[in-house]
Design a protein around this ligand. Structure first.
Ligand code: GLA
Length: 648
């Protein structure tokens, strides 16, 4: 019964369980507003200041009608920019009359009628971050207004705070909210500047731990890195907040969004969707409504998960669950798929001869005798929940396909398939197959016999070019079919390979070469323009300290651009700097070759003259042009690689 509950029960029932099984520590005395991390939606990540009451009503309808509310998403949160530019004649905050003509109370009623709660936003400063009136020294009156309107949640920001002590400012609002008598969640948004994990629980239910998230892989992983060690401060009514979800906003792949959601659930993070819920595509909806992961996030014990292993690109994160099981995330930051193994004994679950294993993305149930393998896509996550004892008759089996990231179109290459059997019964004899794209063939044919297997079976294949295969990205797939525990099972695996024809010859502009991969703090890396706003092709002419450059790359920290050189080039050169189009920004430029740093600039500031950068890339197969935030944050970090060229 317990097991069934743990696996299937929704966040709503889990909160009820929290009360029944309790007792969750009440962070703010007398209040038990968030025994589990909050779930809901917030307008900022997708809409910024482009918000009005129609958007909020339509989002309420989408949440109530589209399955989000029933999956546990309850808070409908309006972020910055809902206010009129001035307070009213009574010195009260008022909504913008054009965009919110019916007022906030009407929206609260609208939300409540649909089983939702309404959240609103202000700043512990004189103005919000977008420059609207905010609540510093108006705490009592503003809290009363929020309560009168029927608001259930306040996100309280940190802009324009006049350098007054954070604790004072947040305490003032906390006291004011409590004095209203209406239970209102207080979400402290002071960006982790004053270690709020050490004091936030006295005043509110959750606190941001970092700067703002952006819809990019490097932003998501950068924030993840800053959560290490904070797990000790989190618990019922006192949650670390690594910021809202970017799932569905379009600048990461679904694989990356699944990893983002998996890790946020493991961290007991608030699950506050940040996309347009009126038009979630099916893949996004499936991620956000993954009930198994929501159950991990909302587990009534409220123990935040943490990193238990870091092998560089591969990380293992685990979270103890209240029913004696554990959730484990196998995370791969690398550019190729990873074959990852962990032992149930390392997850903190009770020792047992056998474990029940549930894959929380596929729903597949199996058993293991102790080892847990997972094949994790590049930038992906595999999540298992592991219970001591029991489990399906079928063993946990996984197939990994190990291929080089780059293949030379003129040469054969080898790939390896590895089949792991983590369960008790032997796998019966079967067959395995490797499929290759056109222009390539497998030596000795694409099919081999798979012998009876106890633990592991590996096989190496040679893939040979037939004629001249086309350059560009291709996918290799492998499958293994066998019988076990009375069932026919097929496992498959895929590996992306980039086929490179001749490496660049002579001198080439980097902006004219294909990228092996690229990632960027804000929108895509631009070719021959600055980073611009957020979309491809919206940059301006590359300009550093008043000088314009016709070619180069327009990046935004943190950024990485990888280019194939095939060991046949001598030097990479560029003039680097922060683009004039911003009003600030400090960055550092680095050139890496095959995982080693070859050259770097140190900190470069907005307004500095372009810095000449040269790296010796003799023998380097893949060069990586990286930009870091220069040691502060990524605000205004528009970084130009003006005239970036390779000499081969
Ligand atoms: C800050 C917060 C964001 C968002 C904006 C609104 O940057 O950290 O989450 O609320 O302000 O202006």
């Amino acid at each position: 019964m317990r097991r069934i509950l743990a696996g299937l029960v929704s966040g709503v029932v889990l909160s009820a369980l929290a009360v029944a099984f309790g007792p969750p520590a009440s962070a703010v005395p007398g209040q038990n507003l968030l025994p589990a991390p909050p779930m809901g939606w917030n307008s900022w990540n997708k809409f910024g200041c482009a918000i009005d009451e129609n958007l909020i009503r339509q989002t309420a309808d989408a949440m109530a009608g589209g399955g989000m509310r029933d999956a546990g998403y309850r808070y409908l949160n309006i972020d910055d920019c809902w206010m009129a530019p001035q307070r009213d004649a009574n010195d009260d905050l008022q909504p913008d009359p054009k965009r919110f003509p019916h007022g906030i109370a009407a929206l609260a009623d609208y939300a409540h009628a649909r089983g939702l709660k309404l959240g609103i936003y202000s700043s512990a400063g004189t103005r919000t971050c977008a420059g609207f009136p905010a609540s510093l020294d108006h705490e009592k009156a503003d809290a009363r207004k929020f309560a009168q309107w029927g608001v259930d949640y306040l996100k309280y920001d940190n802009c324009n705070n006049e350098n007054r002590p954070a604790i004072q400012r947040y305490q003032a609002m906390s006291d004011a909210l409590r004095a209203t008598g209406r239970p209102i969640v207080l979400s402290l948004c002071e960006w982790g500047s004053n270690q709020p994990w050490k004091w936030g629980a006295r005043y509110g239910e959750l606190w941001r731990t970092t700067d703002d998230i952006k819809d990019s892989w490097l932003s998501f992983t950068g924030i993840l890195d800053q959560q290490v060690g904070l797990e000790q401060y989190s618990g019922p009514n006192a949650w670390n907040d690594p910021d809202m979800l970017e799932v569905g906003n379009g600048h990461m792949s679904d694989t990356e969004y699944r990893a983002h959601f998996s890790l946020w659930a493991l961290l007991n993070a608030p699950l506050i969707a940040g996309n347009d819920l009126r038009s979630s595509d099916p893949a996004t909806a499936k991620i956000l409504r993954n009930r198994d992961l929501i159950a991990v996030d909302q587990d009534w014990g409220g123990k935040q998960g943490h990193k238990i292993r870091d092998d560089g690109d591969v990380e293992v994160w685990a979270k103890p669950m209240s029913d004696g099981s554990a959730a484990v995330v196998l995370f791969n930051r690398g550019t190729t798929p990873a074959d990852v193994a962990v032992r149930a004994a390392d997850l903190g679950v009770r020792h047992a001869g056998r474990y029940r294993v549930r894959d929380l993305w596929t729903g597949e149930e199996s058993h293991s005798t102790g080892d847990l393998h997972g094949t994790v896509a590049s930038h992906g996550a595999v999540v298992y929940r592991v219970w001591p004892g029991g489990g399906a008759r079928t063993p946990l089996t996984t197939l990994a396909l190990n291929a080089p990231e780059l293949a030379d179109a003129a040469r054969p290459f080898t790939v390896t398939t590895t089949l792991h059997n983590d369960g008790a019964p032997m796998l019966h004899e079967g067959s395995a197959r490797l499929s290759v794209p056109s222009g390539w063939a497998v030596d000795n044919g694409p099919t081999v016999t798979l012998p009876r297997t106890k633990d592991v079976w590996t096989h190496q294949w040679t893939v040979r070019p037939v004629g001249v295969p086309p350059a560009g990205p291709v996918t290799l797939t492998a499958s293994a079919s066998f019988g076990v525990a009375g069932q026919a099972v097929t496992r498959s695996a895929a590996a992306p390979v980039t086929v490179a024809t001749a490496p660049p010859a002579g001198s080439s502009q980097v902006s004219a070469l294909p990228f092996v991969s690229s990632s960027n703090g804000w929108g895509p890396v631009e070719r021959n323009t600055s980073n611009g706003e957020a979309e491809a092709g919206d940059g301006h002419p590359i300009t550093i300290a008043g000088v314009r450059y016709p070619t180069g790359l327009g990046a935004h920290a943190p950024s990485s651009v990888r280019v194939f050189l095939g060991g046949s080039c001598r030097a990479v050169t560029a003039k680097v700097g922060v683009d004039d189009e911003t009003s600030g920004g400090t960055v550092a430029f680095e050139v890496w070759g095959d995982g080693k740093r070859l050259a770097s600039t140190g900190v470069v500031r907005h307004g500095d003259a372009a810095v000449p950068l040269t790296a010796d890339v003799t023998g380097v197969s893949v060069v990586d042009l990286r930009v870091t935030d220069g040691g502060d944050d990524t605000a205004y970090d528009h970084a130009d690689w003006a005239g970036a060229a390779v000499d081969c």
